[in-house]
Design a protein around this ligand. Sequence first.
Ligand code: NAP
Length: 470
Amino acid sequence: MALPTLLPAMAYESVNPFDGKTLKTFVETTDAQLETKIAAAQACYATWRLKTYAERATIVANAAKIMRAKVDEFARTATLEMGKRINEARGEVQFSADILAYYAKNAERFLAPVKLNPKIGQAHMESSPMGIIFGVEPWNFPFYQLARVAGPHLMAGNVLMVKHAGIVPQCAIAFEKLWVEAGAPAGLYTNLLITYEQAKRVVDDPRIKGVALTGSVAAGKSIASRAGRNVKVSSMELGGSDAFIVLEDADLELAIKWAVWGRMYNTGQTCCAAKRFIVVEQLADTFLEKFRTALAALKPGDPLDEKTTLGPLSTESALVQLLKQVDAAVSHGAKVVLGGKRIDRPGSFMQPTILTNITPKNPAFREEFFGPVALFFRVKDEDEAIALANDSDFGLGGYVFTRDEARGQRVASRVETGMMFINNMSWSDADLPFGGIKDSGYGRELGDMGIQQFVNKKLVRFGSIEAPST
Ligand code: NAP
């Protein structure tokens, strides 16, 4: 009799979610290959850490240039593997190149020694690299997620080994090849097609000095606890159920535009997508009607076709999981205002969906819906909106719409998240920190903070300090 499998079957396989056809399968990295790769990364670190910022910047800026020159090629790979609409994929590749270029330009300034002012003698803090950093990354932004770790950590003098998601091996391999093409020394950036068991052993390996994971809360808990057991620094960028608050003095047309984009961009598969729409009662009915009409107008189609307005979910299993969540929400009293079902056509397409009447007893109240499903809440006033926004296990981002910017800033300060946006949803820029609190994780990526994550902050004290008499 076959034993039940305790861990999910691990496979690296490209399947086009538009039609369910398998594009390519991959053989996993063996333990012997893994050891060779770690040894190569360690050897690379010995010299990379000694390079000047200018020398590192040449390679990282080259990688940015190549990405820009091959936007279409990278974008097409992402669209075919995980179903992102082609224009969104192109935007993601451009942005990934921008992140690499940003760190090539600014890393030296961010990591420059900081003079301290002790009462006696002199001192400064200097930043030095730590060694091999292990990244575990998700499929929903198959290039941006990699650039977000590669730009800062390589410029800091670390080297990277990355386990990318099982469904985007072609993106993972394309990004590894990019570094070879950019002139990187062997071992600077290594893609690993490894199992969860092997990933644990990578975290345990004494040559690995830090772990950066972006993904679900479950993955975060597993890898963060392993890192903690090994007393290794880690950063966790996990899920979210961001509140989109609309106050009675909001510009409704503006709020609707962002609401549609913020829920449906990347077919709703974004950590910081607006997932809970919290609208003050004066605007609630009008908002809901306009939102429903806009979502209902989206047209499913081939994500490679620029005219398509609704792409597939990343996989059949992602669709099945989301449908289960919707069914469970409905069986606990939620009302379906729009959608709720799979779309009757090949591929993993889900109807844009709006659920209302979600009470705190409904499992949907605390879950993340990773796809085109919006939860709608009607509240009495600003205080009730903030209380509801904060009644979440997550704390990634949040949005508030009001014509009174000072009021928007007050609300932003009271919502417990890592990021807040007033009258916009411009989530991510190379120069702004990104990350959350509570179950959404810890640490920040991007901006100045992103490069400080895996560096040794060393105190150096000098000058004339008298020795104590014995
Ligand atoms: P996931 O299932 O947690 O996968 C993320 C990565 O972790 C994949 O490479 C996955 O490998 C790996 N993984 C999962 N469990 C693991 C374990 N026990 N040991 C080692 N590796 C493990 O998440 P996902 O479904 O791909 O991504 C969606 C989630 O990521 C959502 O919750 C989303 O909100 C979150 N996310 C957060 C951010 C942020 O910046 N905060 C950004 C993007 C996404 P396999 O693919 O091989 O299973």
